[in-house]
Write a protein that binds this ligand. Structure first.
Ligand code: 8YV
Length: 323
């Protein structure tokens, strides 16, 4: 029997091609000189997409009339129009659960770097300035601080556990209150006003675009620290640059950017921002685990008709498939 044909639009963690090698035929589209020609010729035979970071909308799927499933690498899937996929009967999966600890560790590391100016202090040492005088005392401390988490999902909870171990108290804002012991704030502005640290962990996409705006930053206040390990689109970057330059907030630690890998030039100008190149889940073990989950979703779909980790928008489709 012919092996299912999987389209891989761009390069992916090695665990994906390795895991698909035996049971699937894979088109490595980015290696072709004529990707449109490949899609023209083989598009109708493609039954699955294994996706890294390519934007996939309804028009993209329309070129693949027999595609059944998009298995996406990453917990965030804002680059995939999962609603358009569901309308076409296409299931979308992501990779939740396997990266929670890694991203939470990055969030806490970024918070320490930002509050205690650790990268700046290291640059100071390397620049040979220590013998002149000790590094200046930092205005911020994490002791006795309050963290407001925007988006208390799995990663948010992992961050909350870590924060509590640091002696930081935790509150949160989600659309709906959860059955947890942390204080709930019904609006983001109220959460920001009550917090010293605003930790952004909410998914990206149109619904959350620029949720962290000038008003929220003003509410966070002049001692406030913003950390974002979610998606750059959640923060209005122009407003953030203004807030940093005018000292409306103290500092920001960012792992994600609105137009990454491009970084807003205003952020590069301010010393009060710590900027990382989207390394939240970026370890070999965690990226391998994410890749294995991509493969598991494809294998399970073609063997049993049921994916392992479908996204919310695919829930109805999966229910139907289960019959
Ligand atoms: C990855 C992420 O960096 O899971 C996500 O949503 O943002 C990260 O784990 C991303 O998948 C790109 O490889």
């Amino acid at each position: 029997m012919a092996r299912p044909l999987v389209l891989m639009p761009g390069p992916m963690n090695r665990s994906v091609p390795d895991g698909l090698a035996d049971g699937f035929e894979v088109i490595r589209l980015w290696e072709s000189d004529d990707p449109d020609g490949v899609l023209e010729e083989r598009g109708k035979d493609v039954v699955a997409i294994a996706n890294g970071g390519t934007a996939i909308d309804g028009a993209y799927l329309d070129r693949l009339p027999n595609v059944q499933i998009v298995a996406s690498f990453g917990v965030g899937y804002d680059k995939i129009d999962a609603t358009a996929a569901a309308e076409r009967g296409v299931v979308v999966t992501n990779t939740p659960g396997v990266l929670d600890d890694e991203v939470a560790d990055t969030a806490m590391g970024l918070l320490l770097m930002t509050a205690r100016e650790l990268s700046s202090a290291e640059r100071y040492l390397r620049d040979g300035r220590w013998p002149e005088r000790p590094y200046p005392l930092t205005p911020a401390t994490l002791s006795g601080r309050k963290m407001g988490i925007l988006g208390l999902g799995r990663i948010g909870e992992a961050i909350a556990h870590r924060a509590q171990a640091f002696g930081i108290s935790v509150a949160y804002h989600n659309r709906h209150r959860k059955d947890v012991a942390y204080d709930y704030y019904p609006t983001l502005v109220e959460l920001a006003a009550a917090s010293d640290i605003l930790m952004v962990v909410i998914p990206g996409g149109a619904e959350t675009k620029h949720l962290v705006n000038a008003e929220v930053l003003a509410a966070l206040g002049s001692d406030g620290i913003l950390i974002n390990v979610a998606r750059g689109t959640v923060v209005d970057e122009a407003a953030l640059v203004d807030a940093l330059k005018s000292k409306t907030i103290l500092s920001a630690g960012l792992d994600v950017f609105e137009h990454e890998p491009e970084v807003h030039p205003g952020l590069l100008e301010v010393d009060s921002a710590v900027l990382l190149p989207h390394v939240g889940s970026g370890t070999i073990p965690t990226r391998d685990a994410m890749g294995r989950l991509v493969v598991e979703n494809l294998v399970s779909w073609f063997e049993t008709g049921v994916p392992v980790t479908p996204v919310q928008e695919s829930a109805d489709l999966v229910r139907k498939t289960r019959g």
